[in-house]
Write a new protein. Sequence first.
Length: 334
Amino acid sequence: MSAATAPVDARRAGPGAMLGSAAQRNAWILGLLGFLVILLVFTKLIQPNYGVTGIQGLAISVLPLALAAVAQAVVVISGGLDLSVGSMMALINVVAAVLMEDQPPEFAVAVVLGMLLLGLVLGAVNGGLVVLTRVPDIVVTLAMSFVWAGCALIVLPAPGGASAKWLTDLVIGSIGNEWIPKGAIVLIVIVAALWIPLRRSVLGLSIYAIGSNRLAAFRSGVAVGRTKVAAYALTGLFAALAGLCVVASTSIGDPKPGPYTLPAVAAVVLGGVSLAGGRGGVVGPIIAVVILQLIRTDMTFLNLDTNLAVVVQGMILIGVVMIGSFVQLRRSRG
């Protein structure tokens, strides 16, 4: 085949080839979607009454954890790990709840904006410590998780505070159709508004670059330290959004860090993000969060101990890591 005829053949096979290529690139996500559909059908079979109410409850319970998974995905893609996500969520949760209690709606808007800024600062502090001390991410963020959790207890020793009514109305209920939860729309809007521009920006490319090969990124002119701090700051921003969603859905502040950090890591791994960094996105982890939550729901319907859900999550995690290692080994041998 000549060089002149090659582009012609490529154009002829254009749509089909592009579709096949896209399917191949997103095979893991498509597999997760298929498994989610099967899980929903199974849920309907074991609980025929599962419908609008169940979907609404699923959306509300998934929202904070999905944003926590997105927060974790950003820093994992950069080659790090943040074990303080749950504690940052708790701190944002209690500060927002204390400030919004008995305050007019207009003041609550300022509180929300302030919490987003606080999340950026908390994440940047984590990233700055990682870069300056050169201590492994897991050690620094584990230590900072105690710091942020302690700060949350200082702000609010016991559950209290309140959420603004407009913030609660933003995530609870449906919009347009009873099958379309507001929580799902909020999640889609937040991720689309923040992740899509980031993914296509210079900063986004730099985050992927330092996660893939830090030395090569440095030699290419990427400011590795600043990019690392920016990745952690973005993790703090998404953690702040998750904390605000907890306040909105519960209408109260709770200083105790919820079960978000480790499930978020599990969702990131199940969602196809490489723990080595440099590969993955946020769509997979979000789907993984829904799957993990639905498994817990199904265990409740089957009258099984919901603590077994943790065991199932661990088994899934081990399976995914083993499959990923096997695939990577075959690629290296090929």
